[in-house]
Design a protein. Structure first.
Length: 263
């Protein structure tokens, strides 16, 4: 019988509070999202779990960055996959912060736990290599919206790294009640919105949470920035919340005696 998610180092604790792209705080406004500055500010607030995405540059450097292009959040332009690291490294998030590599984050925050979304199929092998290089298998959880991408990552890491549910696993548990108890489940956690973003179908329900728990998996909901929604989700039984609003989430968890922090 496999261990439950709560038995694994990444998930241990009362509640998993995830700083979305580093989150927004007094020391890191929204315009510097996913920068080292944002992640370090979240850590100083006490957040142990930090959420990021990864892409690879044209010459194979693994960067912690959300978008496929530099245009939205940096003072540069172009598709990350088409640009060499020498050019990406000159871009500044919010006009001031460099684009971090995943190595930068793992080095700068050696005790932080990272939730990593594989945004591009070409990032799989560089991510596996980075985790091997840092010995970081126990302090990350990896997911992907690409079914083949997450399957390849699981195959290459052979169970050493916890992963979130694939799109197929999420759809089955969110929508097909009759097969939840028998469907093969490799993911250790369902990281999901309450509703399917394209169809609007409700994915989250008390029965879905109970079914995930019965299979030893946790349920984390993104991206939640309203205090009332946070309270309601905790009452529903979720195990984690992904948020941009770090002060609000921290306050709710303190009030609920669910906050542990990194002190």
């Amino acid at each position: 019988m496999r261990a439950t998610a709560g038995d694994l180092p990444y998930f241990r604790g009362r509640f998993v509070a995830l700083a979305h792209r580093g989150g927004v705080s007094a020391d890191a406004p929204a315009e510097v999202e996913n920068s080292l500055r944002a992640f370090e500010a979240a850590w100083r607030l006490g957040f142990t779990h930090l959420e990021t995405d990864v892409h690879t540059t044209a010459d194979g450097v693994l960067i912690a960055f959300h978008d496929t292009v530099l245009d939205r959040v940096t003072d540069a332009a172009g598709a990350v996959a088409d640009l060499p690291w020498a050019e990406v490294s000159r871009a500044r998030i919010g006009g001031s912060e460099p684009v971090p590599t995943l190595d930068d984050l793992l080095d700068a925050l050696p005790h932080a736990r990272f939730n990593i979304d594989l945004k591009a199929p070409g990032a799989v092998e560089p991510l596996v290599a980075a985790l091997d290089r840092h010995g970081a298998h126990d302090r990350v959880c990896v997911g992907s919206f690409g079914e083949r991408t997450i399957r390849r990552f699981r195959r290459l890491t052979a169970g050493r790294v916890p992963t979130s549910a694939s799109p197929v696993e999420m759809a089955v548990f969110g929508l097909l009640r009759g097969v939840r108890r028998v469907f093969p489940l490799a993911g250790r956690v369902f990281q999901m919105p309450e509703r399917h973003e394209e169809t609007g179908l409700l994915l989250l329900s008390p029965r879905m949470v109970a079914a995930a728990h019965a299979r030893g998996a946790q349920v984390h909901i993104w991206t939640v920035n309203d205090r009332t929604d946070m309270e309601r989700l905790i009452d529903l039984g979720v195990d984690g919340i992904v948020s941009d609003d770090l002060e609000t989430l921290r306050g709710v968890l303190i009030d609920r005696d669910l906050w542990e922090g990194n002190a």
